[in-house]
Design a protein around this ligand. Sequence first.
Ligand code: G6P
Length: 504
Amino acid sequence: MTIGAASEPDPEPTPTLAPTVLPDSIDPEADGAYDFVVVANRLPVDADVAEDGSPTWKRAPGGLVTALAPIMRANDGAWVGWPGKPDVTLEPFDADGMHLVPVDLSEQDVELYYEGFSNGTLWPLLHDAVVDPVFHRAWWNAYVRVNRRFAKEAAKVAAKEATVWIQDYQLLLVPTMLRALRPDLRIGFFLHIPFPPPEIFAQLPWRKQILDGLLGADLIGTQRTSDAGNIQRSVRRLTEWTTRGQVVTIGSRWTRPERHVRIAAFPISIDTTGITEVAQRPEVIERAKEIRRDLGDPDTVLLGVDRLDYTKGIRHRLKAFGELLHDGRLVVPEVTLVQVASPSRENVDSYKQLRDEVEVTVGRINGDHGSLGRAAIHYMHHSYPLEEMVALYLAADVMLVTALRDGMNLVAKEYVAARVDLDGVLVLSEFAGAADELAQALIINPHDIDGMKRAITEAIDMRPKERRRRMRSLRRRVVDNDVQQWAKNFLGTLNAGPSRTSHV
Ligand code: G6P
């Protein structure tokens, strides 16, 4: 565990929950205009400011916005989020049928709240502490401050008795802060990343405040049943509230009468129809063939696609591949690995270190096993548009998803959705949420390097009939539960409660 440097100042006293949630400066009579409000760290657009000062934007790629945009258009929807750049001040604006409410973050907010508490403390802690979480009081104070700002913006735009859906670990305090400001709202929260067992979560100095913050929601959704169970166990162990089945009962001097919070799994998915459509476009199919030609027409193309994140098990994957080449069980140029590692959180130390390690390893493997014009690994530190990703999926015989911990892993589902030809083999870590649904993949433990090597060779050698059988069954799962269905299930459950009127 990394302990805050002794010289680190602790500038403000650590807030406790009560002052955290106390309403300030919202007029309870002044309801906003929007019946459905999404609150997420990021806006669903890449926003910028043109030279004349006017906002410019383009829709950011992603399943979440694809699922929610039609619901927003049909229900007077607003989306509260950060435009993704520090010190960018934008007025609320309408785009793509949605009302977008930018929350400005200063450079210091980005450093302390986003890179610090969100991605230096919570991200590693909630991923089973696969790297050491760092605990700094100044980060926590900024997290409280910024969460309060998101809660206030949501409180301002939500209509009376509106439905508000808060997303992910950057905003764990917003449910209770928002409820304190606007008790009339129906509040849902979805955690996109895992939740660890209480033995790990209990390390967090602010564990109680985080749980109390989260329990302001009426419904808390998780990716896996085990994540929901872990939250329940932490609530039992670390708070005074009682739990029964999926339900936590809250009764306190702040919230009377008793309130019930349901915690349940709603595995997220992808825009299956959209990806299937792209995969059938002649130019994408042609591009897939071109990619294979550019790679030198190998017998087998292996593919990894990840944000460059230590939770994704990229080093373990490279180790297994390097050993297979070393053992002579795989030979270049008959086999090649394409690794797309999209840049992520590049100011956070553990990400810088990972990048160095991955790039040294790729260089070493290529140095040992490549030859002129024939690399063992084609490594790309870029993001690509969806069409290019789908062409890569179609070009790959074997997809390697080897996460050490992952809420869901949408790449696994995208690969399956793209394989309309029923070909291709998915090797999938049991520690990715997707493994609960995609049982017909070759399921591996990424820590077991020999096991991963066996699965890779089994995938390469798998007979076409078996590949089709497995892919057909995988596709059924991804077609039956797409991201639209996921949003419908969550919002249906959220709005099924007794008291308030449902708008969504
Ligand atoms: C994960 C998180 C998201 C996050 C995304 C990209 O999927 O669950 O909340 O937006 O990574 O990370 P970034 O830090 O760039 O937003």
